[in-house]
Design a protein around this ligand. Structure first.
Ligand code: ADP
Ligand code: MG
Length: 397
């Protein structure tokens, strides 16, 4: 689960980590008052979406002079005007995909005099099963390019969970970032608090870009991106409360409400499968026969008729879906329940695309009979390759 920059900064502040003062704004009318509460003489107006690259992003149908989702204002009035321009508009960045994301919240914050922009991140390194700290002197808006063409400018330190974070980790970061004098001590404190926050809240990603040296020599975190382990969210009601559902794929959101494991993909064949392994195999075999899956969907072992109906609705709500493959192995799940769910769903939402059903396992004969007696135009399949070939042929001709 991800949160907005302003929410991340509130967490950082509560751990004593230096961030700027700021105000979140939901309506354009609130912007002037909000900006007036900050000191100036520089205000930064920041679009809040769950994606980075905002500074270099652009708005759909941008008007002349409009530059990016992060803008520097020289007066309260200008800050309010920028906020008004951004609210409700769609911002496209390298991380949003071409469709972009609608900006519904603005964060107005005190502008800082930046000397240098650095990069600092904590993340879970799956290879070592440990937390890694990643640091680079080349922070700012081009870190992806740095990682690509000059990876030697990025330092990675792995923390042993037995000892936890030690001061030497912080000092190594400070020296890699070419910090001097009092900055080293400040950096050690910041790294220590970031690690504590990361562990306390079960994060899987914490990215500070830019981590800044200001003109007055102090350190400040000017951007923050946080991701939390979805499996641990139940331990953190304070974090769960920060969820912004408007930022999530509506199909994935609906699926999560029914406890379905669904991930939207770009292909044309919708898949309804039980068991993650079978779902992966189904996606592979669709590719093998020359088409692309439109989603990953595991309806789970103990799916009810309602759950199957919901899953079917989610698949058919995707306009890219040109055909559906239901591939069920009835172990715990009974084939007749799946059959009833599919029929109920088709009756409710209608079926505009070809549907191939492959059932195997408990009550398979009953399941097949229910489908055959339903009068629906369903293509039956016997095994996995048969099913994949039939749906690919039905979609591609
Ligand atoms: P994104 O990473 O989505 O582009 P950032 O929050 O990193 O958004 O902002 C982009 C750039 O804007 C930063 O690299 C920094 O140069 C500048 N910036 C952001 N916040 C401030 C601030 N409070 N004061 C001065 N400059 C800022
Ligand atoms: Mg940034």
């Amino acid at each position: 689960m991800n949160i907005h920059e302003y929410q991340a900064k509130a967490l950082l502040r509560s751990y004593g980590i230096p961030v700027s003062d700021g105000r979140v704004v939901l309506k354009a009318e609130e912007a002037k008052t909000a900006a007036g509460e900050l000191d100036g003489p520089l205000w930064v107006v920041k679009s809040q979406i769950h994606a980075g690259g905002r500074g270099k992003g652009s708005f759909v149908e941008a008007e002349a002079g409009e530059k990016g989702g992060v803008r520097l204002a020289k007066s309260v009035e200008e800050a309010a005007e920028f906020a008004r321009q951004m609210l409700g508009r769609t911002l496209v960045t390298v991380q949003t995909g071409p469709a972009g994301k609608q900006v519904n919240r603005i964060y107005i914050e005190d502008g800082s005099d930046i000397e240098r922009e650095l990069y600092l991140a904590l993340l879970i390194d799956r290879k070592t099963s440990r937390v890694s700290i990643v640091a680079s002197t080349e922070g700012g808006m081009d870190i992806e390019e740095v990682a690509h063409s000059t990876p030697e400018k990025i330092l990675t330190i792995t923390v042993d969970p037995a000892t936890g974070l030690q001061d030497f980790h912080g000092r190594r970061v400070a020296f890699a970032l070419q910090l001097k004098g009092a900055q080293v001590k400040q950096c050690v404190g910041i790294v220590k608090n970031l690690y504590k926050l990361f562990m306390d809240k079960d994060m899987d990603m914490l990215e500070i870009n830019p981590f800044c040296v200001l003109k007055d020599g102090s350190l400040k975190l000017l951007d923050a991106k946080m991701g939390f382990d979805g499996n641990a969210i139940y331990r953190h009601p304070d974090i769960a409360a920060l969820r912004d559902e408007t930022e999530e794929d509506p199909k994935e959101l609906a699926a999560s409400k029914f406890d379905l494991n669904y991930i939207a993909l770009d292909g044309e064949i919708g898949c309804m499968v039980n068991g993650a392994g079978l779902a992966m195999a189904t996606m592979d075999i669709i590719k093998l026969y020359g088409a692309e899956p439109a989603n990953f969907l595991d309806v789970g072992g103990g799916a009810t008729k309602e759950k199957v109906t919901e899953a079917f609705k989610i698949i058919t709500s995707d306009p890219n879906v040109k055909g559906i493959l239901v591939n069920i192995f009835g172990g715990i799940m009974r084939c007749d329940i799946i059959a009833e769910g599919v029929i109920a769903a088709v009756k409710e939402v209608g079926l505009q695309v070809p549907l191939v059903v492959r059932l195997e396992g408990t009550n398979v004969e009953l399941g097949k009979k229910i489908i055959n007696d339903s009068g629906l135009n369903v293509i039956a399949a016997d095994d996995l390759s048969d099913a994949a070939q039939k749906i690919v042929r039905a979609v591609k001709g």
